[in-house]
Design a protein around this ligand. Structure first.
Ligand SMILES: Cc1cc2nc3c(=O)[nH]c(=O)nc-3n(C[C@H](O)[C@H](O)[C@H](O)COP(=O)(O)O)c2cc1C
Length: 306
């Protein structure tokens, strides 16, 4: 059988294949192995971490929606020192490319986290979850061009690792934010995070989620995410990781053709942990059937063809 080169280099981040989990929907535990070999993924990624412990939002934190999930977890976590001491060693044992996702209440926290992680070995890239609320002025970084540029620039001042800027779809024009991220020095862009959403219980006549509002993920958002990847790929000259509702190899291939060089899978992998392996295999089969030798040959093809 013809060998297909599934490897891809994203702005200095080398992946053995283009399929990895989305932050917050994946974890590794010392004594609970996953039902598959983690080494087969393109990379592994942590849930977004903050400097300090966070309890997250009141429950209920997740509800189902047609073809999707609405979550308002509020990024609970045990803080960066716990991540470094307890979580990272488990991730590193997986013998995989490790991406650490960081949150931040404002510019300063992103910079402090990047500075702290710079002292730690075995981290291959950092993804900035720019959708976190900013306590300094109550503006979400990823909703503001200036804040996006500044946050990334400050992280780049202290970090030598490839920086992935994760963009929010909850903006008027994502291409403006993508440009700002490029100006700030991002090495890679990932998009999209969840889309602002809510559900109301008609019996209680109240919002379903404890936080009242949350973010929609899953198949419902795929066409929207795909269009945003397409728009951003036309705008900036950075590698893109496509995220949003990817549930099959066909979905993933659509993102690659639209201009993404890799994909992250979230909600679909919560439902079926083995789906990422099926997606990897499906992409490889497609490339073989279509007569390609490498994944790189199809990145952005729909853009070139239109
Ligand atoms: C339960 C849950 C938790 C999430 N936590 C995070 C997080 O900590 N950091 C982050 O950047 N995105 C987080 N996300 C967003 C996902 O990484 C992803 O961007 C989004 O769900 C869209 O992809 P999907 O439709 O494949 O799930 C979370 C999503 C879900 C459903």
């Amino acid at each position: 059988m013809k060998k297909i080169d599934m490897s891809i280099n994203l702005g200095g981040l080398q992946l053995k294949n283009p399929v990895m989990p989305a932050s917050g929907t994946f974890d590794l535990y010392e004594n609970t192995p996953l039902p598959y070999d983690v080494k087969r993924l393109g990379a592994v990624i942590t849930k977004s971490i903050f400097l300090e412990k966070r309890f997250g939002n009141p429950s209920p934190r997740i509800c189902e929606s047609t073809s999707g999930l609405i979550n308002a977890l509020g990024t609970p976590g045990k803080g960066v020192e716990y991540l470094i001491k307890k979580k990272l060693p488990v991730f590193q044992k997986a013998n995989q490319t490790v991406i650490v996702s960081i949150g931040g209440n404002g510019l300063k926290e992103f910079k402090l986290l990047a500075e702290r992680l710079e002292q730690v070995e075995g981290i291959d890239a950092i993804e900035l979850d720019l959708s976190c609320p900013n306590n300094e002025n109550n503006i979400i970084v990823a909703k503001d061009e200036f804040l996006t540029e500044q946050t990334i620039a400050q992280v780049k001042e202290v970090s030598t690792k490839p920086i992935i800027a994760k963009l929010s779809p909850n903006v008027t024009d994502i291409t403006k934010i993508a440009r700002a991220a490029q100006k700030g020095g991002a090495d890679i862009l990932s998009l999209i995070n969840t889309i602002s959403a809510m559900a109301i219980d008609i019996k209680t006549k109240k919002p379903v989620l404890g936080n009242k509002v949350g973010g929609l993920s899953g198949p419902a958002i795929k066409p929207i995410a795909l269009k945003m990847v397409w728009d951003v790929a036309h705008t900036v000259d950075l590698p893109i990781i496509g995220i949003g509702g990817i549930s099959s190899s066909k979905d993933a291939i659509e993102f690659l053709l639209a201009g993404a060089s890799a994909v992250e899978v979230g909600t679909a992998a919560l439902i079926d942990p083995l789906v990422m392996l099926e997606i990897i295999q499906g992409i490889e089969d497609y490339l073989r059937q279509q007569g390609y030798h490498s994944i790189k040959e199809i990145v952005g093809l729909a853009f070139k063809n239109h």
